[in-house]
Design a protein around this ligand. Structure first.
Ligand code: CUA
Length: 349
């Protein structure tokens, strides 16, 4: 091969490689990672992308060079020169891809294993609920509910996580298949009815990120969203202990405070009006008028409230559509449910 041809091929390769690299680097394809797992996934992504760009540059350069160099003249009707295979070339183009594909699978396997690894509590730190922190994630059409077993089963409709602490999210679905996704955490995990799935997240950056359901699960799928807030460890412990205390149910005299916390934590205030909680949502019925509503439904007040929380479609207030209120609250622990019923019935007396 002449030196001029090699220079032309290299120039074409640089041109195509540079173009592809510019498309890869200048467009923000991926969100800024907020977890250690997302960092590793990004590494695999760029590892594979770099290999792809190199191969693209090589193939595109050879194709374009051949098109220009070996084009037949319009008046050339002769046959091309007979060519046989090139054993050396064939060995190279078989061996190089084999090495690359093997490298990609090894890197991917290492990252998958490390992302799934959950450091177990050491003997000394066995009583530290943050090593690792377990959060139960309950998915249902069309809402998320997060439960903290280490903090008296406190529940929240948004996911709060401590910075730099490995978290084991244990997913459960109460109806159809949903999928938990925080783009900044880089992972997706399905919540499947009858199956226990989990995903490990170690947040590495403070901030608030969206929680998205990424499995088409029904009419309200697009609205099945929440938020996750990554907090400094000390702030998280303070918050979680406050939830535990407020929703513990055991503390005498704290029932109203407990009820109010549960009301706000579970997002009731987002849809309902209720003066004792300073809530003014208008999606659902006005909870300041629960006494009248119970009369209309022909039920005792407390029983009516309880039923409306755990089985919201059993009785639909006139003028409101069916199936809007999530049924997730059926999984509230009993002490919290009791406190919530007490709080709500107290407000309309
Ligand atoms: Cu749940 Cu889509």
């Amino acid at each position: 091969m002449r030196r001029g041809s090699i220079v032309q091929l290299v120039l074409l390769g640089v041109l195509f490689g540079g173009g592809a690299a510019a498309v890869a680097l200048l467009i923000p394809w991926l969100p800024d990672p907020a977890s250690e797992q997302a960092d590793r996934i990004d590494f695999v992504f760029w590892f594979v992308t770099t290999i792809c760009i190199a191969i693209f540059a090589l193939v595109a350069a050879v194709i374009v060079y051949s098109l220009l160099k070996f084009r037949a003249r319009p008046d050339d009707d002769s046959d091309g020169p007979p060519t046989h295979g090139h054993t050396g070339l064939e060995i190279v183009w078989t061996a190089v891809p084999a090495v690359l594909v093997t490298a990609i699978s090894i890197v991917s396997a290492v990252v998958l294993a490390r992302n799934d690894h959950l450091p177990q509590a050491s003997a000394a730190g066995a009583r530290d609920p943050l090593k690792p922190l377990i959060v139960k994630v309950t998915a249902q059409q069309f809402a998320w509910l997060f439960t903290y077993p280490a903090y008296g089963n406190a529940t929240s409709s948004t996911l709060r996580l401590p910075l730099h602490v490995p978290v084991d999210l244990k997913l459960k679905s109460l109806d159809v298949i949903h999928s938990f996704w925080v783009p900044e955490f880089g992972q997706k995990q399905d919540a499947v009815p009858g199956l226990d799935t989990h995903v490990v997240v170690t947040p590495k950056r403070l901030g608030t990120f969206p929680v998205i359901c990424t499995e088409l699960c029904g009419l309200g799928h697009a609205l099945m969203r929440s938020w996750t807030t990554v907090m400094p460890r000390a702030d998280f412990v303070k918050w979680a202990n406050a939830q535990k205390k407020a929703t513990g149910g055991g503390a005498s005299g704290g029932a109203t405070a407990a009820g109010k916390t549960i009301f706000v934590n579970n997002g009731c205030n987002g849809c309902h009006t209720f003066k004792p909680a300073a809530a003014n949502g208008t999606v659902g019925p006005d909870l300041d008028k629960l006494t009248e509503a119970a009369k209309k439904a022909g039920q005792p007040l407390d029983a009516f409230i309880r039923q409306s929380i755990v089985d919201p479609n059993a009785y639909i207030a006139p003028g409101y559509p069916k199936g809007v209120m999530p049924e997730t609250f059926a999984s509230l622990p009993k002490p919290q449910l009791d406190a919530l019923v007490k709080f709500l019935s107290g407000g309309s007396k």
